[in-house]
Design a protein around this ligand. Structure first.
Ligand SMILES: NC(=O)c1ccc[n+]([C@@H]2O[C@H](COP(=O)([O-])OP(=O)(O)OC[C@H]3O[C@@H](n4cnc5c(N)ncnc54)[C@H](O)[C@@H]3O)[C@@H](O)[C@H]2O)c1
Length: 396
């Protein structure tokens, strides 16, 4: 493996600009070689901003290059085809979540990567927040003892206002041929949205905190703001049945209890994550909410000192080049990108937040969706021959 990995990024949009590209630019372990976007102007803007040598508008042409080690898929919509094409081309792959909507496809992608000796990483951004990395280490060091209860929250208010279009892209003409998300108005037919788009990273944190898979779940998806504008070109609100608030509880295979809620119509600031783990020897609370200049806090308590006290996050949890005034997206994603580069350069099997972990998270999402539709507890692991509820791709 070369000392410096050569990276190509597909997707030059908003998240690529604030999270992915700064991460690759800062990591001393890689060179950002190429940027690709269907929108040439956008790709050119990123090329100038980040000093990227090569530009593509066709992902196939980028993937055909033999001198790239890593491909980053940061597009909107379905990622599945680009993920499989990246792996088939023999490149290590970073991709935004979800890798695929059906957990079985994520396992297939994982198996393909393993068979080719490739490492993978998913945009499970918040496990790389320094406060969460510190929490994981405290848990590994035995701080909480036996895990009893995990509570996870993802709450932000970005779609509380019904006039904020569900599809936040700036369209010049009405999109055609889009998946019909939100159009099945039955209770069971609700489109999975917040749970997959926003709940996934906190489910990931919870699985790590309890140190076990979930054995069964029961949950509900709900639509709190039923009428809203669909796109920037719609002047009227329409009825869209999407999961903008959801809640589930579960039981881990080691007996720990697990609860989770996610919503983007809940008052509060980004990223809006709170994770609490309580165990026999101690408890930890992490908040990743941008408030009054802070983006993260970690508090701990012990049986003989039950008041939660804030801890300073050691410097070692910050990526090279991190600055105290970094926006959360740059701070957390910088860690994700650098960690992936370290794992590849190390050349071993260590690969946190990979497709296998993402498949576990996606299986929980699929199981909670089934639970909502069928109104019952669902046992995990899921029966792989079960028909999964169809998943529409939301426009983010
Ligand atoms: N992990 C996180 O915390 C987090 C946060 C925000 C966004 N995201 C994810 O990041 C991804 C990108 O979001 P965004 O807000 O940057 O979207 P965006 O619409 O601003 O940008 C996506 C870009 O991808 C390009 N694109 C789409 N298909 C392409 C293809 N086949 N080849 C080349 N370019 C293609 C589009 O032209 C667009 O410019 C989404 O999957 C979103 O869910 C993750």
């Amino acid at each position: 493996m070369p000392d410096k990995l050569r990276v190509g990024v597909i997707g030059a949009g908003r998240w690529s600009r604030t999270a992915h590209l700064p991460g690759f630019t800062r990591s001393p372990l890689c060179d950002l070689v190429a940027i690709c976007d269907l929108d040439r102007e956008l790709a050119e803007a990123r090329q100038r901003e980040f000093g990227i040598p090569d530009l593509y508008t066709d992902a196939e042409a980028l993937l055909a290059r033999s001198d790239l080690d890593v491909i980053d898929v940061c597009t909107r919509g379905d990622h599945q085809d680009l993920v499989f094409a990246t792996l088939e081309a023999g490149k290590h792959c970073l991709v935004e979540k979800p890798v695929c909507h059906d957990y079985r496809d994520v396992w297939r992608a994982h198996e393909l990567a393993r068979s080719k000796g490739l490492l993978t990483k998913v945009g499970l951004t918040f496990r790389y927040a320094p406060a969460v990395m510190y929490m994981f280490d405290l848990i590994r060091d035995g701080f909480i003892g036996e895990p009893y209860i995990f509570n996870g929250y993802e709450q932000n208010s970005q779609w509380l206002d019904p006039d904020v279009p569900m599809d936040k892209r700036i369209h010049k003409t009405k999109p055609e041929g889009e998946a019909p998300w939100g159009t099945d108005l039955s209770r069971e037919g609700i489109t999975v949205s917040s749970l997959e788009g926003y709940g996934a990273p906190t489910i990931d944190i919870g699985l790590e905190c309890v140190g076990a898979d979930l054995g069964r779940v029961v949950g509900l998806l709900a639509n709190m703001v039923p009428f809203r504008r669909k796109t920037n070109l719609d002047t009227e609100r329409t009825r869209l049945n999407v999961d903008d608030a959801d809640m589930f509880m579960g039981e881990a295979t080691n007996g720990a209890l697990f609860s989770m809620q996610s919503s983007y119509v809940t008052v509060g600031n980004y990223p809006g994550i709170e994770a609490r783990i309580f165990g026999s020897e101690g408890a930890i609370q992490v908040r990743l909410v941008e408030e009054f200049g802070e983006i993260q806090t970690i508090k701990t308590a012990a049986p003989d000192a039950v008041e939660f006290v804030e801890r300073e996050i050691p410097r070692r949890y910050f990526a090279p080049g991190a600055r105290l005034d970094d926006h959360w997206s740059t701070a957390f994603y910088g860690n994700l990108v650098h960690n992936f580069m370290e794992e590849i350069v190390a050349g071993g099997d260590v690969n946190q937040g990979d497709f296998a972990q993402s498949a576990r998270v996606q299986e929980v999402i699929n199981a909670v969706t089934l639970s909502h539709r069928e109104g019952r507890w669902i046992d995990l692991p899921l029966d792989r021959s079960l028909e999964m509820p169809a998943a529409e791709t939301m426009p983010w």
